[in-house]
Design a protein around this ligand. Sequence first.
Ligand code: GLN
Length: 267
Amino acid sequence: MGVPEPAASAEVLLAELLGVRRSELASYPGPLSEEQAALYEGWISRRVKREPVQRILGYAYFRNLRLELDEHALIPRPDTESVVDAALEAVDRRDGSCRVLDVGTGSGTISISIAQERSSCDVHATDYSEGALWIARRNAERAGAKVRFHRADLTSGLDALEGSVELLVSNPPYVRSTDIPDLAPEVRDWDPHPALDGGPDGLDFYRRIFAGAAPLLADGADVVLEVGDEQAEEVLEIGRCAGYIPLGTHPDLAGTPRAALLRWGSS
Ligand code: GLN
């Protein structure tokens, strides 16, 4: 199978190369300089080999942000924008200000968006990968967003936050290990497998997050977790068994439940 939507890739790459909007390409006075043409040819040949547009460019757009990428972090997905919407709704129910913890932040996608869009929040974020954290810190700085990054295996070693986190959010790895070989080449060959691989049933990280996060959560804390297709109900059930109150789901742009919503504690 060839490159999906080849015209879209070709146009986005050209627009980024020229620094114009995609819609402005048709009226671009042209021609390309030799250097531009050579660069563009190089980019197109990489795309033909199924390297994602965002990896070729070295950055991705997400909500208001342009995030630099790192080989240790997933390319931010449009689906995750709806997870941020769900998280912001929870922040707004708390008058726009609360302590947030984003577990496995990657290039900083969720944590930086929350910090940038709700600047009164006290936003913390973890990742296992030093490389991802390095790029996340740069991304936060560039966005003017204040996020405190911690190197951690999920929620481990965050004792200083004990009982104080009011919003827990995460886009954990959730692909079943055996499904990874069947993913699109753009994902399988370019996204880091530790950020994708959710174990035999894809749900390992939900179990670990529910168990590990509990001591950090304030009574009544909101929990917003991105889920894969058809995982929402199972994730809500795993949470219920771990002592959380399932609240429901939040859809992505296609209407698919993309976030599982839960509450910790009694209120
Ligand atoms: N949405 C990604 C994919 O399947 C998976 C991301 C994740 O595991 N959190 O392409």
